[in-house]
Write a protein that binds this ligand. Structure first.
Ligand code: CMP
Length: 139
């Protein structure tokens, strides 16, 4: 199934200067870039983006970290894009990720796991709507 999904290179990935390497991994897997921009997230966006984490103890620190530098946001499309991106990123905790995944290769711990990726098609649509206008997508 042709799908769209969102990836953010988070501040820890931005500061490590692995943006190009992250994008390269998705393109090598056959995924297409449909949208790409550098932005600074706001608390208002994060409150909606992470609505499911808002009551978690780590939410204030997560928000602070996500706003600490610009992030690189992209929309990727392709056959089973959500599953493919999940496999390329690895699980949330880099310690549990397999070698060759972005989070294992560049991540440190859960708060510093280099990338965000959409959990589901519904999450992807919500995230696209929060960060991109239709004119900014080229499919
Ligand atoms: P992300 O894919 O952006 O989705 C939610 C983020 O919260 C996750 O990546 C982690 O960076 C962060 N996160 C999840 N669980 C924890 C935790 N237990 N402690 C700190 N940060 C967490």
């Amino acid at each position: 199934m042709e799908e769209q999904t969102v990836v953010l290179v988070k501040p820890d990935g931005f500061e490590k200067k692995v943006v190009g390497q992250v994008i390269d991994r998705f393109e090598r897997a056959g995924l297409a870039l449909v949208g790409l921009k550098m932005i600074r997230l706001t608390q208002g966006v994060l409150d909606v983006w992470y609505a499911h984490h808002k009551d978690k103890p780590f939410f204030p620190e997560l928000s602070k970290q996500m706003m600490s530098t610009p992030v690189v946001a992209m929309v990727l499309s392709g056959e089973n894009a959500i599953e493919k991106v999940f496999a390329i990123c690895g699980p949330t905790d880099p310690a549990e990720a397999a070698p060759g995944t972005i989070r294992k290769d560049f991540g440190v711990d859960k708060p510093h796991n280099v990338v965000h990726r959409s959990d589901s098609a519904e999450a992807a649509q919500k995230e696209i709507g929060l960060l991109f206008t239709p004119e900014e997508l080229f499919s």
